[in-house]
Design a protein around this ligand. Structure first.
Ligand code: IMP
Length: 197
């Protein structure tokens, strides 16, 4: 699980996901933290729940029936204030159905365009069981879709303090401030303490 590398101890941790966008982001985040993120594709049922943590925990427990190593799963969602948190845990379905344009239409007459992206990571440790890590980033929904990078709702999310959407930013810049990077760094910091030799 651990080995010595140029930057100290290198953790190898599996990521159970089929989302290419997430996989790219996690691999890049790992490189900066001495963590080797290895994607694994497993058939898993995603439950419907109003709570991201329950969804991620269910996926992690399911994956642990097949994978006995150190691994993590992530569930993320976009929470739009004027839509009372919608699409939130239903972000994946909403993206596949009404998509970015549908969200822009829903907000067409709304003066409050604030939103939060949330990420919940559940880490499976062979000895310590499951651990939950969270990250979020505040921002707003742009007036139109902008940018070609990233995935999902990136073209309409402008993080607070910035003018560009996530899709107009490089992977490195998005990773320096995203919900996902905050949850990931919290997990890495826990791993580095828990597995300190
Ligand atoms: P899930 O965690 O794969 O269920 O993600 C739910 C949906 O939220 C995805 O299909 C994307 O549409 C959206 N999403 C999650 N994270 C991001 C992100 O970092 N940028 C843009 N969209 C995201």
């Amino acid at each position: 699980m651990l080995r010595k590398g140029e930057c100290g101890e290198i953790f190898k941790v599996f990521l159970v996901s089929r989302n290419e966008g997430k996989i790219r982001e996690f691999i890049d985040l790992g490189l900066k933290e001495c963590v080797e993120v290895v994607p694994v594709s497993l058939d898993k049922v995603e439950i419907q729940s109003e709570d991201l943590t329950s969804i991620a925990l269910y996926s992690a427990v399911q994956a642990s029936l097949y994978l006995k190593e150190l691994f993590f799963v992530e569930d993320a969602g976009l929470y739009i204030t004027s839509l009372k948190g919608f699409p939130g845990p239903f972000s994946s379905y909403v993206y596949k159905t009404i998509g970015v344009d549908g969200i822009l239409k829903l907000l067409s007459s709304s003066s409050d365009r604030t939103a939060i992206f949330k990420s919940v990571i559940v880490l499976h440790c062979p000895r310590q069981g499951f651990r939950v890590f969270e990250g979020s980033v505040r921002g707003s929904i742009s007036l139109e879709a902008r940018g070609l990078s990233g995935f999902g709702f990136d073209p309409i999310f402008i993080p607070e303090g910035h003018t560009k959407t996530f899709a107009e930013m490089s992977l490195e810049v998005k990773n320096s401030l995203s919900h996902r990077s905050k949850a990931f760094r919290a997990m890495v910091s826990w791993l580095k303490t828990a597995y300190k030799s």
